[in-house]
Design a protein around this ligand. Structure first.
Ligand code: TRP
Ligand code: ZN
Length: 878
């Protein structure tokens, strides 16, 4: 697969403290057209904790070494050795200053890692190991240093020249502009940032809890400046929230955000100088959907929160990545829950976990929240590290309760301020403050796989006792055949005819909701004084990232859907009911009785839609998505799953036409403006529109056309476009709408991405051919990750039906595209590969074709990134 030597594996077990430390880092960047010269002055000392070797091995890749000196003495070729990945300097002293100058070529950097150019501006992306493409360095997070950066460019070349921290001076000498930055906080190299470009700036101020004034700046291209107000408001909310919720104040006098078009991920938390994908900053009602607004708010908060969870306290090594990412995702998700609807945020998170993380956890790339090994760390920025990691922190927060959790995070931030630490250090703070033994809980960090919880119950009317028996099972994952039982907190309640029951265990009244700490492989809980047959409400608010198996009766599900006081559980019960109908149909079994119950309960909810949270009802109308349905099978048939799901959608639309139409029309007036209520109304109304468009009726197409042309916000306009494009009977109307949408928005790159995405995800027709044509479209740009995501990832991840076409042509197409993209941008290529890695979970015809596509990809010369995923996917024995 790779002509180069076998790709080495990095292991947690091999971790050693660094042999040298870098006290001070002084960098000078001279930006020229076509190349950049970087000279560094590093104050290096031997690590007192480790005195092994006299050789200093620095990281460095794709660097052109121009000069090297120790304490002013130039080194000659016998003093050092350059390899493709390292610079090794022999016999260095205890303490010295290393001078080094290298030349790099940012204009030619298509991997978007290190220093690169995006739409005429220079920017950096150093996490995880990109700094080594800028200069020779100890590019590992446990080496923390104080940085000074000088940026030099031709006078007038750039209006904006930024780096981390405070600006010390900004002067002009001999036609050159020289800008000098200093970051007083020690940081690892992955948090370094530099930006130079012609940018406009939106400014604001924030007064911290302790009364300090912080200058807030958001830099973008001038045309986008007015789209930054929402991000600015979100930033201020996040700053306030972190003071109130975690007692965390911002530490520098200035906080900067820069938006760039070409970015591999969502955003990056560089100290004092966050760099964002434009898709996570820019927002304006005319051109941005409600979902995108919420994403901006969430990502702004996420990166800001990293200032404490990640920057002030950072990771010892990349195996500890979830220490900062899991904690920060938990923090941003609680922030979003506080700003918007808590139940809806929980539903969105669980949806992502179930349809993506559970799938990852059952596949060849499955890894623990703290992995044991990797070939390429970029491959481990996964939903497991982020989302499952956040669930693990959430469980800890729930086990401790709000007061102790806050005390424990206070201890964590103060004890480890300025240090690079481990997940275990975090758990230890939780343990010390609570006095609880969390040793079994730690398995959440080391054991991969989604635990299954099989629950059965028994009611003994004579004794007035109700018992729940919980049996846990953790499936085997690559490299982990045997698993130990885990500590699973199960929040639950019991319903009787009059509502929730008091829970009495061992004679003690525990109130109406409790958390069971399930720690054994099998455990039985007995509730006393239960005077009627109760119905359990299990895993309330999704108290642990597990799969629950409990055989609900149809009438029980109906009851939970209509009256559980936990919004998440209402949605979850609806998902269960829909899942029952769908799986019976997929298995070719009679499902009429179940379907009738589903229709009845949906009718009841829709008829009285005004009585409940519109946002929650909107989610309750969604059928479980195809990847989730597929994950319920050992070997899934994607064609059957798609067909059955589409049929049910059509059947529901037909049966519920009157209620759907009535709901659609009545919500018209409440769906105006940007309030939470208006957003909820739009979300529900647009779901009803999608259902109505399942029916071949010109009236409904007319409604969508009308909504499309009269919409005053992007949410409604795009929802109407999507409903038309995705409906099978609206071809002509869809073509007209697509054309007019492009006409209207062709100059807004982010909106053009939505236009690409809606076409690539259309569940019918020869989409593969259309996707090939989109790749040739004037607005497509194969070097821009957002464009690749809008066309190729949308087709592979959001178009289950057409991607899994029985011909297998789409699989082959994806493999070919990845081979090409890998030449330019390995991180993006590797991410695009995910849908093919799950081949072993599909019926043989499909599995075979998917495997074939992987094998054809393996014939190419591959990057480490793609090599790791391809080889692990093909090795999986089944
Ligand atoms: N630390 C970033 C975040 O989650 C993630 C990130 C941004 C990243 N850019 C990257 C990870 C490039 C790997 C490569 O906020
Ligand atoms: Zn992050």
């Amino acid at each position: 697969m790779s002509a180069s030597t076998a790709t080495p594996v990095t292991r947690l077990a091999d971790y050693r403290a660094p042999e040298f430390l870098i006290e001070k880092t002084h960098l000078t960047f001279e930006l020229h057209e076509g190349y950049t010269d970087v000279s560094s002055r590093l104050t290096i000392v031997r690590n007192p904790k480790s005195t092994k070797t006299n050789d200093l091995a620095l990281h460095g890749e794709q660097l052109e070494l121009h000069s090297l000196a120790i304490d002013e003495r130039s080194l000659d070729s016998g003093d050092y050795q350059v390899t493709p990945q390292n610079l090794i300097i022999h016999n260095v002293p205890e303490r010295f200053v290393l001078h080094c100058s290298v030349r790099i070529y940012p204009e030619k950097n298509t991997a978007l890692e290190g220093l690169y150019c995006s739409s005429g501006m220079y920017c950096t992306q150093c996490e995880a190991e990109g700094f080594r493409k800028i200069t020779y360095y100890l590019d590992r997070p446990d080496v923390m240093s104080e940085f000074e950066t000088v940026i030099i460019a031709r006078e007038g070349a750039f209006s904006t020249m930024l780096s981390n921290g405070n600006c010390l001076s900004d002067t002009v000498h001999d036609g050159k502009r020289v800008v000098h930055w200093h970051d007083p906080f020690k940081k690892p190299s992955y948090l370094f940032a530099l930006v130079a470009g012609n940018l406009a700036c939106l400014e604001d101020h924030f007064t911290t809890q302790s009364g300090r004034d912080v200058l807030l700046q958001i830099y973008t291209e001038a045309k986008d400046r007015e789209k930054c107000h929402f991000a600015m408001q979100s930033l201020k909310k996040a700053m306030r929230w972190d003071e109130e919720t975690y007692g965390r104040e911002y530490d520098l006098d200035r906080f900067m955000i820069v938006a760039v078009d070409d970015f591999n991920m969502g955003a990056m938390e560089n100290k004092g100088l966050n760099i964002f994908n434009t898709s996570c900053v820019l927002a304006h009602p005319a051109s941005t959907t409600d979902a995108a607004f919420q994403r901006v708010e969430g990502v702004i908060a996420h990166e800001y929160f990293h200032n404490w969870s990640g920057n002030r306290v950072t990771c010892r090594d990349w195996f500890q990545l979830s220490l900062k990412e899991g904690l920060t995702v938990y923090r941003d998700s609680e922030f979003s829950a506080d700003m918007n609807s808590r139940a809806v945020k929980r539903i969105e998170d669980v949806n992502l976990l179930r349809s993506v993380q559970f799938v990852e956890d059952a596949g060849p790339m499955a890894h623990p929240v703290r992995p044991d090994s990797y070939m390429e760390i970029s491959n481990f920025y996964t939903v497991t590290i982020y989302e499952k990691g956040a669930e693990v922190v959430r469980m800890l927060a729930n086990i401790l309760g709000p007061k102790l959790y806050r005390q424990a995070t206070d201890l964590y931030f103060s004890r480890f301020d300025g240090q690079a630490v481990t997940c275990d250090d975090f758990v230890q703070c939780m343990e010390e403050i609570s006095g609880r033994d969390l040793s079994q809980f730690r398995l959440w960090y080391s054991q991969a796989g989604t635990p299954e919880l099989h629950i059965s119950d028994h009611y003994d009317a004579d004794r007035q006792q109700y018992s729940l028996t919980l049996r846990q099972y953790v499936p085997a994952t690559p490299g982990q055949a045997e698993k130990k039982p885990m500590h699973i907190p199960v929040k639950m309640a019991l319903y009787g005819n009059q509502g929730t029951l008091n829970l009495v265990i061992n004679g003690q009244n525990k109130g109406t909701e409790i958390v069971l700490d399930i720690c054994q492989e099998q455990q039985t809980i007995v509730f006393e004084q239960v005077v009627e047959q109760p119905m359990p409400s299990l895993l309330r608010s999704f108290s642990a990232p597990v799969r629950v198996f409990y055989d609900y009766q149809l009438d029980q599900l109906q009851k939970l859907i209509l009256l559980d006081s936990d919004g998440f559980c209402r949605w979850d019960a609806m998902q269960s009911l829909m899942r029952i109908v769908l799986s019976k149909a997929i298995d070719g079994k009679g499902h009429q009785a179940e379907q009738m119950v589903l229709i009845k309960v949906l009718r009841q909810l829709l008829a009285d839609y005004a009585a409940m949270d519109a946002a929650l009802l909107a989610y309750m109308l969604d059928l479980p998505n195809e990847p989730y349905l597929a994950s319920l099978y050992e070997k899934a048939n994607p064609v059957t799953i798609s067909r059955v799901r589409t049929q049910l959608q059509h059947e529901l639309a037909t049966q519920l036409q009157t209620e759907l139409l009535n709901c659609y029309q009545s919500l018209q007036n409440s769906a105006i403006g940007l309030s939470a209520q208006a957003m909820a109304a739009r979300s529900l109304r647009n779901r009803t529109l999608v259902y109505l468009l399942q029916i071949d009726d010109a009236r409904y197409r007319g409604l969508a056309q009308q909504q499309f042309s009269q919409a005053e916000n992007m949410t409604d306009q795009f929802a109407a476009l999507r409903a038309l494009v995705h409906a099978e009977h609206a071809h002509t109307e869809a073509q007209t709408a697509l054309q007019s949408f492009y006409q209207q928005w062709q100059h807004e790159s982010l909106v053009v991405n939505m236009w690409f995405q809606v076409q690539a995800s259309r569940p019918w027709g020869d989409v593969l051919q259309e996707v090939r044509e989109l790749l040739q479209h004037e607005a497509f740009d194969a070097r821009n990750p957002n464009k690749l995501r809008a066309v190729i990832a949308a087709f592979a991840n959001q178009n289950f039906t057409r991607f899994h076409d029985s011909s297998g042509n789409a699989y082959q197409f994806l493999a070919e595209q990845i081979a090409g993209i890998d030449q330019r941008n390995p991180q993006i290529a590797s991410r695009l590969l995910t849908p093919l890695t799950h081949w072993h979970r599909f019926v043989d015809e499909h599995a075979c074709l998917m495997r074939k596509a992987l094998e054809s990809l393996s014939q190419h010369e591959l990057s480490k990134d793609v090599y790791e995923v391809v080889s692990k996917s093909l090795n999986k024995a089944h």
